[in-house]
Write a protein that binds this ligand. Sequence first.
Ligand SMILES: Nc1ncnc2c1ncn2[C@@H]1O[C@H](COP(=O)(O)OP(=O)(O)OP(=O)(O)O)[C@@H](O)[C@H]1O
Ligand SMILES: [Mg+2]
Length: 332
Amino acid sequence: MVDRAAVLAALEAVIDPISGQGLVSAGLVQGLVVAEDRAGFALEVARDRVATYAPVRDAAEAALKALPGVTRVSVVLTTEAAPQPRTASLSRAAVDQGRPKAPVATDRPAHVRRVLAVASGKGGVGKSTVAVNLAAALAARGLSVGVLDADVYGPSLPTMLGIGGQPAYEDGAIVPHLAHGLKAMSVGLLTKADDAMIWRGPMASQAITQMLTQTRWGTAEAPLDILDGAVIVSTPQEVALADARRAHTLFQRVGVPTLGLIENMSGPIFGRGGAQAEAQRLAIPFLGDLPLDAALREGGDAGRPPVAVDPAGVIADRFAVIAALVVEGLKP
Ligand SMILES: Nc1ncnc2c1ncn2[C@@H]1O[C@H](COP(=O)(O)OP(=O)(O)OP(=O)(O)O)[C@@H](O)[C@H]1O
Ligand SMILES: [Mg+2]
């Protein structure tokens, strides 16, 4: 078990170049997590000082790694959020929302016209797969699309898009990775995959908010016509559908329109048609079904989403229909 006092002492021994104080006294250590064999925190600095603090982050990480019993360390360099009017409602935010553990209170980032959530009530039903391929299908329609992986506990976007490495910062903004024509951001890029699980509670929602609002998703000023929606992914079985119903209820409660339900892994193994019937019961659109298909799994593992690498294939065709319905649903 890592000793919290030892962690604090080690961080205090790292000097803040601006104030000349130790990092703890300087108030730069936010959201410290110390557990079993791991330690991590967010080093929160002013937006114009990111470059100054990059070596401090490395020094803090090295100091923690040198502690006995510490095998996993993550120090994430984050910037203070710019003051913005707080108008948006809870959870009206993220593309590919992860498991519903961390509520996301955010303001709409500049330059983003539409924010679409890909959600499910249940893990492992194909949210990430659908999010990435739907993003590619939307990009194929000529839209500029960014994908935010809001799953801070098991981020899979880096694998699914074949990207890695810390993003660059420019003028205090995160420059997103570009893959298959999509801008992408994930906690998995800010920290090594194994360390992502240390994010908890407020730190998790803070991480999502910062990724959403501080990433340079676009360049042109766009009108902030607020019209968001959620797409819910479910497998055909009743257990998954019950969770999909709950997800829909949650979105209703926060005033986000459910644009429709997608049946994933449809076919002889899990069944077929359950989601369509459920959509009818809930009076929401049914967006289509996706078969259990090795190309979807292998493409995800290899960072090669079928919609992007095989735009003339059957999977791309399915997603083109879903994308068209989503765009239709997002129209005023
Ligand atoms: N239609 C499909 N056919 C074959 N494999 C699929 C299909 N959809 C998803 N998969 C595979 O199932 C696994 C789970 O999918 P995915 O990671 O997209 O789900 P998720 O809902 O994002 O999971 P989590 O809740 O863990 O984030 C992955 O290995 C993925 O490649
Ligand atoms: Mg996922």
